[in-house]
Design a protein around this ligand. Structure first.
Ligand SMILES: C[S@@+](CC[C@H](N)C(=O)[O-])C[C@H]1O[C@@H](n2cnc3c(N)ncnc32)[C@H](O)[C@@H]1O
Length: 328
């Protein structure tokens, strides 16, 4: 069975929701976005998904532990277990996770569970909610949302490798209402005010027009629905935001890094209400680091070796804030 057949189950679920008008546009766009992507790695990834082993028993999963748990070691025979790491290496770099496939621990660049732990107590319970996660990466947080009882955890990310990482997990965990769409926010069908919660995490500083992004996020929320916004912040006076000259922590697509107060001001000006800053944390090299599963440079290479409170370019080192806000 094609790994893409999972999207048929998404369309079935949408049929009973206010997102029903999305079914046809998604049916027209999801498969082409993957199969006609011209990505030179696509065959390798699809072959790797096909090569992932079939367990003796249907793989049980856990969506509430720090690593998304897929099956148990004893569900595979010795040869299958020995071959699994090489098959999973086809999906490197693994950035957002961790995941545990039958005892093979995919130690991703990011301990995404730490971000989840910081925000979970501060957001409205996700049980029975329709949730949209813009820029979801591998879908790690979408699995955690389903673990909290979300009715739908719909992620979207234009980077095809991350969609393939989702499909690798999906091969085993077919029941949870989790789907990752293979496009950026601009590829979604016309917005409907239908979601109960919209997440935008690690996106705002990549947007050339952050205010437009905040308005756009609002357009997916039902009245009273909740935005969960996470972004890099800096210290500074009210109204200030840093625009890096070119690179910030070796990233070239960073545009605006506000202070927490400025971020609240932006969200207020976009007419959200009940704005709560629920966490501000400096990113550590325990949370973001190179591993066997992401062998390229990571946070320690992006910081000044003589002063880790600064990036290599001399800007304040990454500190992240999470806030919640309600749509009017
Ligand atoms: C810094 S990562 C954040 C991942 C995840 N939300 C998290 O907090 O761990 C930013 C993600 O946004 C995705 N992205 C880039 N452009 C995007 C767009 N136009 N729409 C949605 N996502 C986008 C990237 O592929 C990447 O996975």
């Amino acid at each position: 069975m094609s790994p893409l057949s999972t999207y048929e189950n998404l369309y079935r679920l949408l049929a009973d929701t206010d997102l029903e008008p999305w079914i046809e546009p998604l049916r027209q766009s999801v498969e082409p976005a993957i199969l006609q992507s011209n990505n030179g790695h696509l065959d390798k990834w699809l072959n790797a998904i096909a090569a992932l082993p079939t367990p003796n028993n249907p793989a049980a999963g856990s969506l509430t532990s720090p690593a998304i748990q897929i099956g148990r070691p004893q569900d595979l025979d010795t040869d299958q277990r020995a071959a699994l790491p090489d098959t999973l290496h086809n999906f490197r770099p693994w950035r957002k996770g961790p995941f545990d496939f039958f005892g093979t621990h995919v130690d991703t660049e990011w301990r995404s569970d730490l971000k989840w732990d910081r925000l979970l107590q501060g957001i409205s319970p996700l049980k029975d909610r329709l949730v949209l996660d813009i820029g979801c990466g591998s879908g790690y947080h979408c699995w955690r949302m389903a673990g909290e009882g979300a009715k739908l955890a719909l992620g979207t990310d234009p980077f095809l490798l991350y969609v393939m990482q989702y499909l690798a997990v999906r091969k085993y965990l077919q029941q949870p209402p989790v789907w990752v769409l293979p496009f950026g926010i601009e590829g979604l069908p016309p917005a409907l005010p239908a979601f109960d919660t919209v997440f935008s995490m690690g996106i705002l500083y990549h947007r050339r027009s952050p205010i437009d992004h905040l308005y756009e996020l609002r357009s997916y929320l039902r009245p009273g629905g909740e935005l969960v916004l996470e972004t890099i912040v800096v210290d500074g006076p009210h109204g200030y935001s840093l625009v890096p000259d070119q690179y910030y922590a070796k990233m070239k697509n960073v545009w605006f890094i506000p202070t927490v107060e400025t971020l609240v001001q932006w969200v207020t000006r976009c007419r959200y209400r009940d704005i709560q800053v629920i966490d501000v944390s400096t990113t550590t090299t325990q949370e973001q680091r190179s591993t066997e599963w992401m062998v390229f440079e990571s946070l320690s290479d992006f910081l000044d070796p003589n002063d880790p409170s600064k990036t290599i370019e001399g800007y304040p080192a990454p500190k992240r804030a999470v806030l919640t806000a309600k749509a009017p």
